[in-house]
Design a protein around this ligand. Structure first.
Ligand code: AMP
Ligand code: TRP
Length: 344
């Protein structure tokens, strides 16, 4: 079987693609679970980072806010250390390959596969009949984002694992339907101490942009006073901290704060447990506030500077879109040829 399979163009072995929705409230979960990892991967990979505005509009976005958030999220990536000369930074709507390949994948992907997606169930909530078709087909567009570049690796937070599995299912189905080796089996990269940062108000829910309470998350626009207030008010329990990891299994809020401490200070979480064994939360929180302000303040300041210079941010996105299109356009053409579309 494999011998008859046609290998089309080469699969890159070290090409990263990742995306983030340009909606407000970028938070510590986005930073520790994704953006910070994107920065560290730059020296070793060819990196493509995308503000996924087509994904954002699967739920209504105020047009002026979408424009502003696209610049703001781009600024936060640059402020965090993404280098727009080495890496490609752009917004999804400006590279047509994404929407084109997404349509083709709508015809490869199966209703049954999408029906299993937990993010759709969470986002659509009880009112499923009223969810947009785009929200339902969201994972097909995500697969298109990744496969339009034949990306080898995708760094994401733990919540995206299921979408990455679907991406592989789509790649596999396409390859076997057309008997080609067109798409790679892209690997997720889920690493670091904080792959799933939880809400500061409820340790059973993930920290999210859409949670109504602003006290549930630390955002990248928070100043030192906001950070201090949110950590001081973060939910805990009456017991002192402990070095035992098992003891914290039933104390999700305590566990989450320790994970955040570990990730922000770049040490394994076990070390944080040792260090604060027997400590009161008041002492621990005081040190966590200092650490969070030290790590996040320079990013916030640089982000504000960049937001005040939209001409520069736009030029980064324009340049990124051009470079991205150069990579993706030939791949979409290759797919069209495989499927038999006439390109007269
Ligand atoms: P989104 O804000 O949904 O576009 O997510 C952008 C990136 O942040 C994705 O890689 C997510 O997996 C990651 N992410 C979002 N929320 C969290 C969280 N609470 N903890 C860790 N990573 C997260
Ligand atoms: N679905 C991702 C999220 O909500 C964002 C995203 C869109 C993405 N396309 C992607 C992430 C491609 C990685 C690769 O977080």
């Amino acid at each position: 079987m494999a011998s008859t399979t046609k290998q089309v163009s080469e699969h890159p072995t070290n090409r990263i693609f990742s995306g983030i929705q340009p909606t407000g409230n970028l938070h510590l979960g986005n930073y520790l679970g994704a953006i910070r990892n994107w920065v560290t991967l730059q020296p070793d990979y060819e990196c493509i980072y995308c503000m996924v505005d087509l994904h954002a509009v699967t739920m209504y976005q105020d047009p002026a806010e979408l424009t502003a958030s696209t610049r703001e999220v781009t600024a936060s990536l640059l402020a965090s250390g993404i280098d727009p000369k080495g890496s490609i930074v752009f917004n999804q709507s400006q590279v047509h390959a994404h929407a084109e390949l997404a349509w083709l994948f709508n015809c490869v992907s199966r209703m049954g596969w999408l029906n299993r997606m937990t993010q759709f169930k969470e986002k659509a909530g009880k009112n499923r009949e009223n969810a947009s078709v785009g929200l339902y087909a969201y994972p097909n567009l995500m697969a298109a984002d990744i496969l339009a570049y034949k990306a080898s690796h995708v760094p994401v937070g733990a919540d995206q694992k299921q979408h990455l599995e679907l991406t592989r299912d789509i790649a596999q189905a396409f390859n076997s339907t057309y008997d080609v080796d067109c798409f790679p089996m892209t690997e997720p990269l889920i690493f670091g101490e904080a792959t799933r940062v939880m809400s500061l108000r409820d340790g059973s829910k993930k920290m999210s942009k859409s949670e109504p309470s602003d006290m549930s998350r630390i955002t990248l626009t928070d100043g030192p006073d906001d950070i201090a207030k949110k950590i001081r008010k973060a939910k805990t329990d009456p017991l002192p901290l402990t070095a035992s990891l098992e003891d914290l299994e039933d104390r999700p809020e305590a566990k989450n704060l320790m994970v955040i401490f570990a990730a922000l200070s770049n040490v394994p979480v076990t070390e944080v447990h040792q260090r604060f064994d027997g400590a009161e939360f008041s002492q621990f929180k005081k040190e966590l506030i200092e650490l969070a302000v030290e790590v996040l303040s320079p990013i916030t300041t640089e982000m504000q500077r960049l937001v005040a210079d939209p001409g520069y941010v736009d030029s980064v996105l324009r340049d990124g879109a051009e470079r991205a299109a150069e990579l993706a356009t030939p791949i979409v053409k290759e797919v069209q040829d495989i499927m038999g579309f006439l390109r007269p």
